[in-house]
Design a binder for this molecule. Structure first.
Ligand SMILES: [Zn+2]
Length: 275
């Protein structure tokens, strides 16, 4: 695992620029998003749409290429995507509305660093909606939808075995998004997309520092996804929903929320007791 160890300290709560919320767009199918991510960033030919640029940034967050705190310099992004600088701003505003980017006056944009409270809120929100999404998935999924989920787990396992953690992490996140997509609940699906992006930032910020634990925690485990699929195949909505809840609880329980320098010196022993 080569991911750079991120400082756990959350950024001081920077004042975010509030901007009018743009009407939500329907993202392209996941498969095309995955494909888009694999393409070189500055592909010359077709001019990228705002949505393409947005998808590529989100994609880089989902597979842990853009760690929290990374500065997003508008000029550099414009060059990378082969567009004018004015095209970058609305994308950053949209990402800021989704709380994956922080816009700070005079300091520009950066990938958000979720605070502990934000991390807990994100997991609480996921625990509230994902058991329901699994139930809806079971009610609506075709055998083909279930086959796609299973194939994803097999690919994730293969990526893990090959040591391609980035791909494994990405596929693990896609598992949840695929469930939401086939569940047919667009509102919850859209909320979950934001929560999954933010979860990626949370995992990068608060995963355990020990390598072995970190690899466990930086992604959902295949084993638990497999257990979910088993319940889904039986169309056992109650059991699947329970397993989803447990899975999210376990994922959250592995995070280390203590500050990085918890060795704050004891002032009494430092200075000695005066009187
Ligand atoms: Zn998972």
């Amino acid at each position: 695992m080569t991911t750079v160890r991120m400082a756990k300290k959350a950024a001081s709560p920077a004042k975010k620029i509030t901007a009018p919320v743009k009407p939500p767009r329907i993202s392209p199918p996941l498969a095309s998003r995955v494909q888009a991510a694999a393409e070189p960033p500055a592909a010359a030919a077709p001019v990228l749409s705002d949505n393409d640029i947005y998808d590529r940034v989100v994609s880089a967050i989902l597979d842990h290429r853009l760690p929290p705190g990374t500065k997003l310099v508008e000029d550099k992004l414009a060059t990378a995507f082969g567009v004018s600088r004015t095209r970058i701003r609305p994308v950053l505003v949209r990402l800021a509305n989704e709380q994956v980017v922080t816009l700070t006056p005079n300091r520009g944009a950066a990938i958000a660093q979720p605070t502990v409270q934000e991390a807990r809120e994100v997991f609480e929100a996921r625990r509230m909606i994902e058991p329901r999404l699994v139930e809806l998935f079971i009610a609506n999924a075709t055998p083909a939808d279930i086959a796609v989920l299973s194939a994803g787990i097999a690919e994730e396992e293969a990526a893990r075995l090959a040591g391609d953690m980035r791909r494994a992490i990405r596929l693990a996140g896609d598992f949840h998004l695929l469930i939401a997509q086939a569940a047919g609940h667009q509102t919850l699906g859209r909320i979950l997309r934001e929560l999954v992006s933010r979860t990626s930032l949370i995992l990068m910020t608060y995963s355990p520092s020990h390598t072995s634990e970190r690899e466990e925690a930086t992604a959902c485990g295949c084993r638990e996804h497999q257990a979910l699929i088993d319940a889904i195949r039986l169309r056992d909505a109650r059991e699947a929903s329970r397993r989803m809840l447990e899975h999210l609880q376990r994922l959250e329980s592995q995070l280390e929320f203590s500050p990085p320098d918890s060795t704050t010196p004891d002032l009494v022993s430092l200075f000695g007791r005066v009187a």
